[in-house]
Design a protein around this ligand. Structure first.
Ligand code: TEU
Ligand code: CA
Length: 576
């Protein structure tokens, strides 16, 4: 029998109190792809419970669980038809209670996904809302007439010309009542109308119900889209589709802060030990500072999107090469931007992003080196780091062949639109291979066996063929593995106050591909120097402080002022 020790030892002074999440590391579980407990090829809650020892070994403090609620799975669970039920695909409410209890027993908190910008079209609220124009829930969603003077139900007559996140118009026509409803995502994800106080209070009730059940907070899906510009103005149209980016009118809208403040007051006040993080596509530094300023009592932190948009051309599937130093520049911008004002969340990937070692690193010659270098620059910035499942073992993008290998509604809709407009489909597929969300959704590679130890059954999406060598089992006992490097990074956060609260300062390292920065706290300086390139780099001898000691590195001891490809070193200096 394995005994599991709680991970939350050490640094009690930092961890106690309201801001415990500043020293925490969060691990995201995407339930479909994490571990399959009942052998049907789909990950589930019992599967997660069976892999808790992995999380304990890694040393994380919090699990963020992507949606396990009842759902028709039009968008893999981000379309919820009952917020207070578990989808049978994933298990039962008692499995969920068991998960909460088992995580708490080893000192890990559980944060659940909160998807309240929209529901499923199969949610009873929407079923009522669409049933008649005078239904009491009509106004719970955004219903509008066709454009004046047009025939409803025909393309181009939608109330606004906004392009959906998942291609096509953001409005669908409903015959029963002769009006359109708004959906920023898929047609099966109608947007809730937060202007209506009944909607807001129904959401707050539901949130309290979950907190009473014992969960420790929420990751809030696209929470900066809940306040729309009341007049719903048109976007600048694209010449081909006639539609355009309407985000100026639905993101970071006029009542966002009011709603977040109200939610905080209604749901979080009087409770402690919680973590709140808002997913905010398009958020700016100033907006993020307002949301996360502690005295404003909105959210603890937000997920910003700038660094995961650096390789987007016309759109995310038109992938452009990253300029040298672009990642470091963007990270630094956010470090300085929120310093002393709010708090950063730090992430390289999640269930919507490709694998970071393939995207920002070199998943071939320098797979191990680049995966560990990227982990190092992320975890040693100021903020709360998030690890997406599989990142801690350096999982890579998958070799999807045809459109049939993909599973994501975003890819299918985009492909359909590309077909309709006569775009080059090979180019589209290579865009999906580079930036498609399915890259993150292939099963976690636990072992080298068939189906990677994820399941005993053919999984819902193919396992990456490289699981034969790239798997957790191979890495646990290898001191130089990606897993053990991540483990060391987490441990460093647990033992060094400078890593948690130290000031960030970027250093000029000469070449743009070397990212160097310090974190200083009274008496201690932690210095990170990372070569984010395939070439050896020599650095200025002045960058290595006298009397410093290397406390972490991905090649063993560093060699003077020569950095090997993707070498990352961490130096500690006692200044007093
Ligand atoms: O994602 C919102 C979002 O803006 C994007 O990351 C999105 O996934 C996509 O890349 C658009 O191109 C959140 C969830 O994380 C995502 O899984 C959901 O599909 C989406 O909201 C809708 O709930
Ligand atoms: Ca299962």
């Amino acid at each position: 029998m394995t005994t599991i020790q709680p991970t939350t030892d050490g640094l009690s002074a930092i961890q106690e109190g309201n801001e415990w999440w500043k020293s925490a590391v969060v691990y995201q579980v995407y339930p479909r792809s994490f571990a399959d407990g009942n052998g049907d090829g789909i990950g589930d809650i019992q599967g997660i419970i069976s892999r808790i020892p992995h999380l304990v070994k890694l040393g994380v403090d919090v699990v963020w669980l992507s949606p396990v609620y009842r759902s028709p799975h039009a968008d893999a669970g981000y379309d919820i038809s009952d917020y207070q039920a578990i989808d049978p695909l994933f298990g039962t409410m008692s499995d969920l209670d068991q998960l909460i209890e088992s995580l708490h027993a080893v000192g890990i908190k559980l944060v659940m996904d909160l998807v309240v910008n929209h529901t499923s079209d199969e949610h009873p609220w929407f079923i009522e809302s669409r049933s008649s124009r005078d239904n009491p829930k009509r106004d719970w969603y955004w219903w509008r007439d066709a454009r004046p003077g047009t025939e409803p139900g025909v393309v181009g007559t939608e109330p606004t010309n906004w392009e959906s996140f998942f291609s096509g118009p953001t409005w669908s026509y409903d015959e029963t009542t002769g009006q359109y409803y708004l959906h920023l995502f898929a047609a099966k994800q109608p947007d809730l109308n937060w202007e209506n106080p009944e909607v807001r209070h129904a959401v707050y009730d539901m949130m309290r119900w979950w907190l009473d059940r014992g969960i420790d907070g929420f990751r809030m899906d696209v929470i900066n889209l809940i306040s729309k510009h009341p007049e719903l103005p048109d976007a600048v149209p694209d010449p081909v589709t006639g539609r355009g980016d309407g985000s100026a009118y639905y993101a970071n809208g006029p009542r966002l802060h009011e709603y977040l403040k109200e939610m905080n007051c209604e749901v979080f006040e009087g409770r402690s030990g919680l973590l709140t993080v808002g997913e905010m596509p398009g958020v700016t530094v100033d907006e993020a500072a307002l949301v996360t300023a502690p005295e404003r009592e909105e959210l603890n932190m937000v997920f910003q999107f700038e660094h995961v948009g650096l390789d987007h051309g016309r759109d995310k599937f038109d992938v452009i090469p990253l300029a040298n130093g672009a990642l470091a520049d963007n990270f630094s911008k956010w470090q300085y931007g929120l310093a002393g004002r709010g708090w950063n969340s730090l992430y390289l990937s999640n269930h919507d992003q490709p694998r970071p070692v393939s995207r920002f690193g070199n998943d071939k010659e320098y797979w191990r080196e680049s995966a560990t270098a990227l982990g190092t620059i992320l975890h040693l910035q100021q903020g709360t780091p998030y690890i997406y499942q599989g990142e801690e073992i350096g999982m890579t993008n998958s070799a999807f062949q045809s459109i049939h290998d993909f599973r994501d509604v975003e890819a299918f809709n985009y492909y359909e639109q590309a077909q309709a407009t006569g775009a080059d489909l090979d180019e589209v597929l290579s865009g999906f291979r580079a930036n498609g969300r399915d890259n993150a959704r292939t099963p976690v590679q636990w072992t080298g066996e068939r189906y990677a130890g994820f399941s005993t059954h053919q999984p819902w999406i193919d396992v990456n063929a490289n699981h034969e060598w790239l798997n957790a089992n191979n890495q646990y006992d290898d001191p130089g593995s990606v897993f053990n490097h991540y483990r060391a990074l987490i441990k460093l956060r647990k033992t060094s106050r400078a890593v948690v609260t130290g000031d960030f300062e970027r250093l000029d390292a000469g070449d743009a591909s070397v990212f160097a920065f310090t974190r200083t706290e009274v008496g201690t300086e932690i210095r990170v120097i990372a070569n984010l390139s395939d070439n050896p780099m020599s650095i200025d001898p002045g960058l290595i402080p006298h009397g410093s000691q290397q406390i972490l590195g991905n090649y063993g001891d560093h060699q003077g002022t020569q950095l090997r490809p993707w070498e990352a070193i961490v130096l500690e200096t006692h200044t007093q």
